[in-house]
Every structure is written in C-alpha cells, then in structure tokens.
Design a protein around this ligand. Structure first.
Ligand SMILES: [Zn+2]
Length: 301
C-alpha cells in the first residue's frame, strides 16, 4: 500500500492507494497553521488513521509547498513559512519509523498525471501548474526528476522568451526579477494583462467566459495569452522534448488552450514539426495527494 500526504497551507490531505492505484482510504484534516510541531503530529496521525482504516502498513510520500534543500535537508521556498528551515523529513520519519519521500506540489502533480493520468504510458512528462502562480515538474519513466538544487521544472521564473514591444522588462515578480513567465501565465498575470489592455479589472475565469461568448476584448486577451504560453513552452520543448505536457491549476480549465497552443508552439520550437501533446489533467484536485503516494514506485519500500 502507498500512502500520500499533501501538506497544504490550510489542509492536510491523505490517501491510501492499492498497487493498482485504487483508492483504499482518504482523509483530510485542518493544517495547524504557524505551529510546526503540531503540523508534524497531525501528519503522523493522518498516516495512523489511514493504516487503521485499511489494516495495512504503507510507504509514505509527502507533497509539500517548496522543497527540501538537498544541501541541508531543511525546508526551503515554502509559502507556508512556519515550515521553512525545519527538518521535516527527520522529524516525521522518526515519528512514523520509516523512510519518507518528499516532493513539491508541482512535481506531485506531474507524477500523478504521468503514472495514471493524462501522461500515462508516456516516457517524459512535463507538468505545469498555471493558477495563482506558475510551477512545473518533470517526470521521466514514472520518476520525478530531481537535481542538486531541487528546482528541476521550475520554469515560471525564467524570462518570457522572444519578448515583444511592451513585454520587456516586463512586470515585477515576487521573486525579485521582472518579466518572469509567471507574471504573464499565472491567472493574476492574465488578469493584469487584460486590465492594462482594457481598463477592466476582471479575473481569468471571467475573461475565459467572456471570450466564449464572443467578447472581442476578452478574445484578444486570450489570444495574447496563448501566444505567450506557446513561446514559453517552446523553450521547454527545446530543452526537454517531452512526450506530453499536462496543464493543471485554474487556467487549465480553459479548453481552447489545448487546440491553440500546440498550433502556435510549432513556430517557436527548434524543429520542423512538433509531436508533443498538450493535455488537460485527469485527476484534478486529487493529483497532489496521488502523486505523493506514487513517490514510491512499483516494488519499492
Ligand atoms: Zn519570478
């Protein structure tokens, strides 16, 4: 049995999966915000409940905001700031008396979709979360690709490529730079672009709804958005050449992207043709917790 925990800023989600990916049990608790020790205890208790309910012991994988620093083993880059600098791996594994695996939420999303979602059967999957931010994760042959800095796939803070007039130096980003891909492709990025073009303060979902109804300004905003996404993903195609790119997050619900972006990225990728597929997610909100469970592969643990 594989147990996955998805540690979020407001809730901790837990799932127990059988060998075939079938869900055996699922629970969620409220995250004890700003209390690290209570957060670790809540995670351990959740595992205990899942094992009591199923009567089985499982491997445990954890999806989390940010990452464990490969250099120090401590949490970094987490927007749940009370986790930063803590030895989450050591503390939770000593409570659970077993080794654990950790990955950030974008990596868990990519893994979930690669194992039995939109990228099932593909060798290389790039998962992108386009919501309040823009993150990414790389999965190769059902394993999350990690590196010495734990940043593989973090493509949202590279600059928007082939900038046009008005796109450079670009909007300021929370990371301290300007013109990051995230400042254009996140939901708030789309809303900002629409505001600048029209003076209307409208969120990304409403822009998509208006475009569906034929609103010219919203259609133009989406066309700019799609062209930028195509340029940004063309760089990923050149570096990684994935079989499948899966979109997640709120923006992934805009269905026209799956037709328009692959038509547009052909002209930017360094190839006479592009056979990479761009697909919507299969597991939706469950992909974080399912991906965490799949951090332990077949026959492991
Ligand atoms: Zn940035």
């Amino acid at each position: 049995m594989r147990i996955g925990l998805d540690l979020g800023g407001t809730k901790i989600e837990g799932v127990a999966l059988g060998e075939d990916g079938a869900q055996l049990a699922r629970r969620r608790v409220t995250t004890p915000r700003h209390d690290y020790d209570a957060t670790v205890r809540a995670m351990a208790a959740l595992v205990g409940e899942l094992e009591a309910e199923t009567g089985r012991r499982g491997t445990v994988g954890v999806g989390m905001p940010g990452a464990l620093s490969p250099a120090t083993g401590l949490v970094k880059n987490a927007n749940s700031t009370w986790l930063i600098g803590q030895a989450l791996d050591r503390d939770l594994s000593s409570l659970l008396e077993r080794p654990l695996r950790f990955a950030n939420d974008a990596n868990c999303f990519a893994l979930s979709e690669a194992v039995d979602g939109a990228g099932a059967g593909a060798r290389v999957v790039f998962g992108v979360i386009v919501g309040t931010g823009t993150g990414g994760g790389v999965v190769v042959e059902r394993r999350v690709l990690t590196g010495p800095n734990a940043i593989a796939g973090e493509w949202g803070h590279n600059p928007l490529p082939w900038p046009r007039a008005g796109e450079w130096p670009g909007p300021p980003c929370y990371c301290g730079k300007t013109g990051c891909v995230e400042t254009f492709l996140s939901g708030p990025g789309m809303a900002r672009d629409h505001l600048e073009a029209t003076g209307e303060p409208v969120g990304a979902p409403e822009i998509a709804t208006r475009a569906e109804r034929g609103d010219a300004a919203a259609t133009a905003t989406l066309a700019r958005y799609e062209e930028r996404m195509a340029r940004a993903l063309a760089v990923v195609l050149d570096v990684l050449d994935p079989d499948v790119v899966v979109l997640g997050g709120g923006v992934s619900q805009i269905t026209r992207l799956y037709e328009s972006v692959p038509r547009l990225w052909q002209q930017w990728a360094f190839s006479d043709r592009v056979d990479t597929a761009l697909r919507p997610p299969v597991h939706g909100d469950s992909s974080g917790v399912r991906g965490a469970a799949w951090l332990w592969g077949p026959g492991e643990g």
